[in-house]
Design a protein around this ligand. Structure first.
Ligand code: MLC
Ligand code: AMP
Length: 519
């Protein structure tokens, strides 16, 4: 694919429909009210914010860090950041002050946008790290960002950017506990958006139900770019609620979710074949979709979920086909428990511990390359080098196999990572906070099966001699320092941790021991 070298916003803008007064986003506000935004609204309102950002005369490559509740204005801020040629840095709303402090310290954003209620502590952290401006944005259009932007004009020419210029930094936690900022370029994002538009058969009249958070790859890039680059309307929900999504299905054609969303919708009797009749495509990713969920969805709705696989560092890598496709002999199907084929332009290989490719059907480490693969970790050249092979392949940390037809199956991870409800939790990060709590000598955090979240964390704590910390109190203390989703759901005390002869904690034994905890 020859990729146009331009500002990603310009490519999205070029796909807006001719009728700019048609609806682009049909949103539900924070109090359940209906809000409509036309394509012209998106263009003009993001122009005002882009003009505001440009008026700050920031250097090229400046970061705009954003921790705000989901709203259409938050989407406009993303588009405006692209237009102004700055680097968007979205942050999970669940992050607590210590986590935010790390990101701001590491990324040194020139602009920070937070919710009005957090302005006090966020601005203290931001200005101490040299931020130029801190704005606020509420989910009800309140705050200084829009007030200031209102003084600027609603026309704006996107700043020229090449495919290699940075568009966003997405922090992903590291196996050593320190988060790494994955640098994504305009070219990474655009190439992936164009490939998915074709691969998933986006067509005129498609309408996306958007119910995911917009601070990760799935909700921010796969979903939003998917709709915008097809000129498709979005039905925009402020948060995921099964019934709200089911009620929107008759007016929509495409839905994207992590497996927990599908599990929760299946628990609602309102999900029926009739409710899903108008839909064209259900897509799942970010975590393994259980084959039971895949089958139950088929039985209940008559639709086969299309599962795909990706990462913050690479955006989308593989996907099941959306239709039987000539390119694969015309016999393709969406196969449960697989993540489908490497996307066009994406190189994927499975290698053994020594880096030698294994035979089809054999398990190994998944490595990838392509125009979608990120430009490295922000200010961590050493980490970046470690994660790429000498011949330029990115080590995903996922373990899987590829069969003779090309279907990829993910069977595990070589990285110590728990995926809970589609959010990544690095045990090393949780353990390092836990180990500092009073009465704790050491700890291990493992993921075990959970009916709602897929996996959930369990902490095993060895008390200091003579100490007897209360496990529930430890979890409450963790909650003050870490985003809630990272806090293990249960905590147990143990006299010691099982270790192998090398002294390494045998997490597999702990996982086995607690396997049925949430069954
Ligand atoms: C919330 N909680 C979780 C959790 N989400 N616990 C474990 N895992 C999770 N994912 C906890 C909160 O801390 C809180 O705990 C309680 O649940 C209620 O919080 P909530 O915010 O009201 O939860 P809810 O709205 O039910 O959220 C659940 C969810 C959400 C599944 C809707 O987690 C979600 O939107 N997940 C999607 C994540 C996502 O978009 N991932 C994409 C990553 S991109 P307490 O104890 O305080 O009550 C990626 C690449 C790729 O991976 O391939 O796409
Ligand atoms: P993140 O770093 O948050 O982007 O998470 C990326 C990780 O999510 C990948 O490395 C995989 O481990 C996991 N992942 C994403 N999609 C799938 C999927 N469909 N099946 C299994 N794991 C997935």
């Amino acid at each position: 694919m020859t990729l146009p070298s331009l500002n990603l916003y310009s490519a999205l803008r070029a796909a807006f429909p001719a009728d700019l007064d048609s609806t682009a986003v049909e949103a539900t506000g924070p109090h359940g009210e209906s809000l409509n935004y036309t394509w012209r609204d998106l263009e003009r309102a993001s122009a005002r914010i882009a003009n505001l950002l440009q008026s700050l005369a920031l250097p090229k490559g400046s970061r705009v860090a954003v921790q705000v509740e989901k709203s259409v204005e938050a989407l406009l801020l993303y588009l405006a950041t692209l237009r102004a040629g700055h680097v968007f840095l979205p942050l999970n709303t669940a992050y607590k002050s210590a986590e935010i402090e790390y990101f701001i310290d590491n990324a040194e954003p020139a602009v920070v946008v937070c919710t009005p209620g957090n302005f006090g502590w966020v601005s203290r952290i931001a200005f101490a790290r040299g931020a130029h401006s801190v704005f606020t944005l509420g989910d009800d259009r309140s705050g200084s960002l829009l007030e200031r932007a209102a003084h600027f004009g609603d026309e704006h020419e996107p700043v020229a950017r090449t495919a290699q210029d940075l568009a966003a930094i997405l922090y992903t936690s590291g196996t050593t506990g320190r988060s790494k900022g994955a640098m994504l370029t305009h070219g990474n994002l655009l190439s992936n958006a164009l490939v998915l538009k074709d691969y998933w058969g986006w067509r005129e009249g498609d309408v996306l139900v958007h119910a995911l958070p917009i601070f990760h790859v799935h909700g921010l890039f796969v979903a939003i770019h998917g709709a915008l680059i097809n000129g498709s309307k979005m039905i925009w929900l402020p948060r995921f609620e099964p019934r709200a999504v089911i009620d929107a299905l008759p007016r929509a054609t495409v839905f994207m979710g992590v497996p927990t969303l599908y599990v929760r919708m299946l628990a609602d009797p309102a999900l029926t074949r009739e409710a899903a009749r108008h839909m064209r495509l259900f897509i799942s990713g970010s975590a393994p979709l259980l084959i039971e969920t895949f089958r139950q969805w088929q039985e209940r709705t008559g639709h086969t979920i299309l599962e795909r696989y990706g990462m913050s560092e690479t955006i989308m890598l593989t996907s099941n086909p959306w239709t039987a496709d000539e390119r694969h002999g015309g016999q393709d199907e969406r196969r449960g428990a697989t993540v489908g084929f490497a996307l066009p332009g994406v190189g994927l290989r499975v290698v053994d511990d020594g880096g030698t490719p294994v035979a089809a059907g054999e398990a190994g480490h998944i490595q990838v390359r392509g125009p979608n693969v990120f430009a490295g970790y922000w200010r961590m050249p050493e980490k970046t080098r470690e994660e790429f092979t000498a011949d330029g392949w990115f080590r995903t940390g996922d373990v899987g196999l590829q069969d003779e037809r090309g279907y990829v199956t993910i069977i595990g991870r070589s990285k110590d990572l728990i995926i809970s409800g589609g959010y990544n939790v690095y045990p090393a990060e949780v353990e390092s906070v836990l180990n500092e709590l009073p009465g704790v000598a050491e700890s291990a955090v493992v993921g075990v099966p959970h009916p709602d979240f897929g996996e959930a964390g369990v902490a095993i704590v060895v008390p200091r001699p003579g100490a007897a910390p209360d496990p529930d109190a430890l979890l409450l203390q963790l909650k003050q320092q870490l985003a809630g989703y990272k806090v293990p759901k249960r905590c147990f005390l143990a006299a010691e941790l099982p270790r192998n002869t090398m002294g390494k904690v045998q997490k597999n034994l702990l996982r086995e021991q607690h396997q049925d905890l949430f069954a």
